[in-house]
Write a protein that binds this ligand. Structure first.
Ligand code: ADP
Ligand code: TRP
Length: 326
């Protein structure tokens, strides 16, 4: 039996280089390999915790589907679908909700951040880790490729599997593991903090040349003069540039920083070239799918059919285990 891979992305706004290098790249590489049976989806139920605009949700959901495809996901090998085509996750979420406690969920970083900012926390947001656990456990996932900030959520899924197995006295759910790649776990944004659409510091993956240029030219640096020696490991331009380089190219670039003589203007121009040569072919494919929505819909509905074989089977078994059916 092949190992199972599950992952998803919430359709809430513009995808950026952090999403690509931290999560999508691993989903595509591992999903396209023959090592896993893979389920990758667009987490539109999760998006509802923050998005209350139907057109926006529809558009962002479609955009993420196009993004996965443009980044090379092979849908002959990977089931790609919308989370809302697997409504069984809610039934499982309810059952999990009856086996865990409020204090357990109150430890979640996302919940604590919202509380700390005195924001109103809707019940969906509070329960977010449980729905995510259902997404993962539903398929008996072994690995979940994500960026560092989702690590706690995958740990929640492991804990919830354990609670379920203990509560109903059988080792039914497998304990999944996060797959996080060191070095890209937290791609920095233009201001040096984690790149995130919430911080306004992103370099968009499918932006226009102009948008990407504006973001790159806005990368925050210190005020060292061109001739001064610079430490690449402390430099935001370099930390993003390194994502695009082979080992040799990387060593060469590090040398240029360390020797002095590299101005930040030139460093940014070099980075811009690297980003544009990388994103242009992806953007072309993205535009192709944007103008072929029917093709995308067909892929998503085929993916949903395959996913539902699993979700329906799991729920039949779970109903039996907990006593909803005989
Ligand atoms: P954002 O922080 O921009 O809202 P999401 O929370 O939607 O991004 O993240 C989608 C996926 O991309 C997750 O797996 C997340 O861990 C990953 N990710 C997001 N930002 C980064 C980053 N700066 N570096 C690495 N991975 C990231
Ligand atoms: N919480 C994830 C994010 O913000 C999206 C997500 C929902 C997910 N369910 C998942 C990721 C299951 C991996 C596995 O990006």
């Amino acid at each position: 039996m092949k190992k199972v891979l599950v992952s998803g992305i919430k359709p809430t706004g513009t995808l950026h280089l952090g999403n690509y290098f931290g999560a999508i790249k691993q989903m595509v590489e591992l999903g396209n390999s023959d090592a896993y049976e893979s389920f990758i989806f667009i987490a539109n139920y999760h998006a509802l915790t923050t998005v209350k605009n139907r057109n926006e949700l529809i558009q962002d959901t479609f955009d993420i589907a196009c993004a996965y495809l443009a980044c090379g996901l092979d849908t002959k090998k990977v089931s790609l679908f919308k989370q809302s085509d697997t409504p069984e996750v809610h039934e499982l979420t309810w059952i999990f909700n009856t086996a865990i406690t409020m204090p357990f969920l109150m430890r979640a970083h996302a919940f604590k951040d919202h509380e700390a900012k005195n924001k109103d926390v809707n019940v969906g947001l509070f329960d977010y880790p449980v729905l995510m656990a259902s997404d993962i456990l539903m398929y008996q996932a072994d690995i979940v490729p994500v960026g560092q900030d989702q690590k706690q959520h995958v740990e929640y899924a492991r804990d919830i599997a354990g609670y379920f197995n203990r509560a109903w006295g059988q080792e039914y759910f497998k304990l999944p593991k996060a797959h996080i790649v060191e070095g890209v776990a937290q791609v920095p944004g233009t201001d040096g903090q984690k790149m995130s659409k919430s911080y306004g510091n992103i370099i968009p993956l499918f932006g226009t040349d102009e948008e990407i240029k504006k973001a790159v030219m806005g990368i925050v640096t210190d005020s060292k003069a061109p001739e001064e020696k610079k430490n690449p490991s402390e430099n935001n331009i370099y930390k993003i540039h390194t994502l695009f380089l082979t080992e040799n190219e990387d060593n060469e670039l590090r040398n240029r920083y360390e020797q002095g003589g590299l101005s930040y203007k030139e460093a940014k121009e070099m980075l811009l070239d690297a980003i544009l040569s990388f994103v242009r072919p992806l953007r072309e494919k993205y535009e192709y799918y944007q103008s072929h929505p029917r093709e995308v819909e067909v892929i998503l509905s085929r993916g949903a059919e395959k996913a539902r074989i699993k979700t329906v089977t799991t729920m039949d078994e779970v109903r039996g285990i907990v006593g909803l059916t005989k």
